[in-house]
Design a protein around this ligand. Structure first.
Ligand code: GDP
Ligand code: IMO
Ligand code: MG
Length: 432
């Protein structure tokens, strides 16, 4: 029984939530290993639409145990309201397990995230303003607050005091804000501590034991390859490791146990926030993709920047993550276009570049080299086998597969749970 990692192959919002939900009934555990409530996953089940931020999407499948692992940063208030919201809609959340080593997002870091962005002005990252960056920075600076600290008030007070010592100087003297009181922070953190206490556990032990017992564990990444702090378009990235390697450090499950890595790749490209994006379209084609694809952020509601598919990024995602399968989402959004350009390489100041440029300046200056593929006009949302697709849609999928270098095992033809074409089993059970 395998351990599977599922990652975003582009800049996020590829449809990871739906892909996880699709695997729901075949898995025992679903683990969130990075990020926090900067993520926004929309899952459509029948006429019900769910927006998940902090909880892994597998929570919607009865019987699956959701895990928030050590690599996650948790906003306690958001966690509780997400749990309450799901319970009110009849979703059982009682199985949730939370790592005692996960870090908590204290209220001062949400404030700092927002003021830092304001001060950066036109050099801002365009963060979600959820305190993600400052909380990971505190973790590395060894002044972070962990879930386990919530259960020793004297330790918690000491840690908050230590963190606020520097942060209040920054708020007062650099950002011209009011200082934050220790008691105010403690009250906010402790408000939710008892509620989550029964869920807090040693998730490393629990996941290791589950794998020993032959259970299937899915690791669901937040964000995506190009938002990874090491492998993405730094500094326009998030502050965690969203690539496959992050599943190991973020959960304590070793690389030797990972069997498969699934990359979710949208049939075109989107990005939220600032940073380079070679295939971005500032014309009516971009508007078309945004409107038809409903490309507005699940977390912040911001319109997503849209552009054509970029297989240089697809190849890069294959290499960095070791993809075994690709889930190609939103093919239906391309219906009705006469020609569909696919970026196969870049032109960097007159030079053709076939792989991700090593220098960030080159990537900023890269213009796409396109190959144009013929489009289709038939509605494909009812297609359930590859053969149901028009020949040009099949050709588009096969060409992407060839250029990305990983088999496309599942194709999304609509937002609904059933709107998929499964070509290969994602758990690899159809392999010799
Ligand atoms: P995530 O962050 O990667 O989970 O993706 P988001 O949920 O932020 O954005 C993906 C959006 O596309 C959601 O609104 C999904 O309901 C929707 N979606 C997923 N797969 C498909 C698909 O194959 N076709 C269409 N039309 N929509 C899809
Ligand atoms: P899912 O999981 C798309 C982007 C932000 C910003 C940058 C840093 O839904 O794919 P942060 O708040 O993380 O410090 O912001 O990363 N970003 C996302 N973009 N999808 C996401 O998550 C994102 N999470 C963060 O827009 O550019
Ligand atoms: Mg999203």
């Amino acid at each position: 029984m395998p351990a599977i990692v599922l990652v975003g192959a582009q800049w996020g919002d590829e449809g990871k939530g739906k892909a996880t939900d699709l695997l729901g009934s075949q898995i025992d555990y679903v683990v969130k290993f990075n990020g926090g409530n900067n993520a926004g996953h929309t899952v459509v089940v029948g006429d019900q639409k769910y927006a998940l931020h902090l909880l892994p999407s597998g929570i919607l499948t009865p019987g699956v145990t959701p895990v928030i692992a050590n690599g996650v940063v948790i906003d306690l208030g958001v966690l509780i309201s997400e749990l309450d919201g799901l319970e009110a809609r009849g979703v059982d959340t009682s199985r949730l397990r939370i790592s005692a080593n996960a870090h908590v997002i204290p209220p001062y870091n949400t404030v700092l995230d927002k003021v830092t962005e304001r001060f950066l002005g036109k050099r801002r990252i365009g963060t979600t303003g959820r305190g993600i960056g400052p909380t990971y920075a505190d973790k590395m600076n060894r002044i972070g607050i962990r879930v386990q600290d919530l259960y020793d008030e004297s330790i918690l007070r000491q840690k908050v005091e230590a963190a606020l010592q520097g942060k209040n100087q920054l708020l007062l003297k650099v950002y011209n804000r009011r200082a934050i009181e220790v008691d105010e922070v403690l009250a906010e953190l402790l408000e939710h501590a008892e509620r989550i206490r029964p869920m807090v556990t040693d998730t490393v032990l629990e996941l290791g034991t589950a794998l020993d017992e032959g259970r299937t564990v899915l690791f669901e990444a937040g964000q995506a390859t190009l938002l990874d702090v090491d492998h993405g378009t730094y500094p326009f990235v998030t502050s965690s490791n969203a690539t496959a390697g992050g599943a190991c450090t973020g959960s304590g499950v070793p690389p030797t146990r990972i069997d498969r890595v699934i990359g979710v790749f949208k049939a075109y490209t989107t990005r939220v926030g600032e940073g380079p994006f070679p295939t971005e379209l500032d014309d009516e084609h971009g508007d078309h993709l945004r409107t038809v694809g409903a490309e507005f952020g699940t977390t912040t509601g911001r319109p997503r920047r849209c552009g054509w598919a970029d297989v240089v990024i697809g190849r890069y995602a294959t290499r960095v993550n070791g993809l075994t399968d690709v889930v190609l989402t939103k093919l239906d959004v391309l219906t009705g276009l006469e020609k569909i350009p696919v970026c196969v390489a870049y032109d960097v100041q007159g030079r053709r570049v076939d792989e991700m440029p090593v220098g960030q300046s080159d990537f900023h200056h890269a213009t796409p080299v396109y190959e144009e593929l013929p489009g289709w006009t038939e509605d494909i949302t009812a297609a359930r086998t590859f053969e149901d697709l028009p020949v040009t849609a099949r050709r588009y999928v096969e060409r992407l597969e060839e250029l990305i270098g990983t088999r496309i095992s599942v194709i999304g033809v609509g937002p609904g749970r059933d709107e998929v074409i499964v070509r290969h089993d994602l758990l690899g059970r159809d392999e010799a």
